[in-house]
Design a protein around this ligand. Structure first.
Ligand SMILES: Nc1ncnc2c1ncn2[C@@H]1O[C@H](COP(=O)(O)OP(=O)(O)OP(=O)(O)O)[C@@H](O)[C@H]1O
Ligand SMILES: [Mg+2]
Length: 287
């Protein structure tokens, strides 16, 4: 837990330092950087608005486009392997690997307290940097059956996905998609079931996670927000560890505490501080 606050405090120090010399510049994820805030946390949950909405307010509608460039923005670690962001995800992978020497860590849930804090982006980047380690087989599962984004972010068109596998309609092997040129398989979402929580908490989900944990070196599970829905908690109970994403200047300490409680803080492997104003106006990630 101390590490969580250390990370937040470090970010706050970085932000204050950057405030003195920051110049408007293009962020690594193609999103213009915001002027740094004076305080680490901002608004109460009710006042939270989407990143796109907030950026549009500040920069004008034309400046923020949520289009096919999304694919590239979210695969920053692959497309810009020398970037600061990629480096941070490799550091997170290294941390998980180090912990995996003490106990088996095959299955890793990525979640965050609230919606839109960067879970899917973090899941994809963590999966990609892990798959880039030599000789490793990695599986990324989109466990967000309410607002699935993994397929869209990776430019995939799945014919079947997690819901079909859990319903027993399609075999896992027939639903999984292999990303060419990488040791990365993806089980995306095709149809959105009416009972996602039930499916994620079902014995079939447990069987699936046990099965893939036996055949992949690492399995990354992208989930919905941890607060307000049982989905992330249900999946985290099946996993060896949890990575929690917090959005700088957005996630409140109270929400972070509640999410860690829901996901069981003893499972915490790392914290991704997304959108931190770390250096010369760049947005980045910290693990
Ligand atoms: N550091 C960042 N800088 C700029 N944009 C970002 C950053 N991280 C994520 N985004 C953008 O913010 C949006 C939300 O990100 P993402 O889908 O990863 O969040 P999420 O937590 O998975 O959302 P949801 O709760 O809806 O599943 C996306 O448009 C993504 O490209
Ligand atoms: Mg998501």
């Amino acid at each position: 837990m101390a590490k969580v606050y250390d990370a937040l405090q470090r970010a706050e120090r970085e932000r204050k330092r950057a405030a003195s010399d920051v110049m408007p510049s293009v962020a690594p994820l193609d999103v213009p950087a915001a002027p740094p805030k004076a305080r680490a946390k901002l608004r109460p949950a009710k006042a939270k608005r989407s990143l796109v909405a907030r950026l549009r307010d500040r920069l004008g509608r034309q400046s923020v486009v949520d289009t096919s460039a999304e694919v590239n923005k979210r695969r920053i670690s692959v497309l810009q392997p020398d970037s600061y962001v990629a480096e941070q995800f490799r550091a997170l992978r290294g941390r998980i690997d180090a912990l995996a020497e003490q106990r088996p860590i095959r299955t890793v849930v990525v979640s965050s307290p609230m919606a839109g804090e960067g879970k899917t982006t973090a899941s994809i980047n963590l999966a990609c940097v892990t798959a880039m380690s030599v000789g490793r087989r990695v599986l990324l599962i989109d466990c967000d059956m309410r607002k699935p984004k993994v397929h869209q972010a990776l430019g995939l068109r799945p014919e079947a996905g997690l819901a079909e596998v859990l319903a027993g309609k399609v075999a896992f092997e027939d639903a999984v998609i292999t990303i060419e040129g990488m040791n990365l398989d993806v089980l995306a979402v095709r149809s959105r079931p009416s009972n996602p929580s039930e499916l994620l908490g079902s014995p079939r989900m447990r069987e699936l996670v046990e099965k893939v944990a036996g055949s992949y070196d690492r399995v990354i599970l992208d989930t919905p927000a941890a607060l307000g829905l049982p989905d992330a908690k249900a999946v985290s109970e099946l996993a060896d560890g949890v990575v929690v994403v917090v959005r700088a200047d957005v996630t409140s300490q109270q929400d972070l505490e509640a999410a860690l409680e829901a996901l069981d803080r003893r499972r915490l492997l790392g914290l991704v501080l997304n959108g931190a104003h770390v250096d010369h106006g760049r947005y980045g990630y910290t693990s």
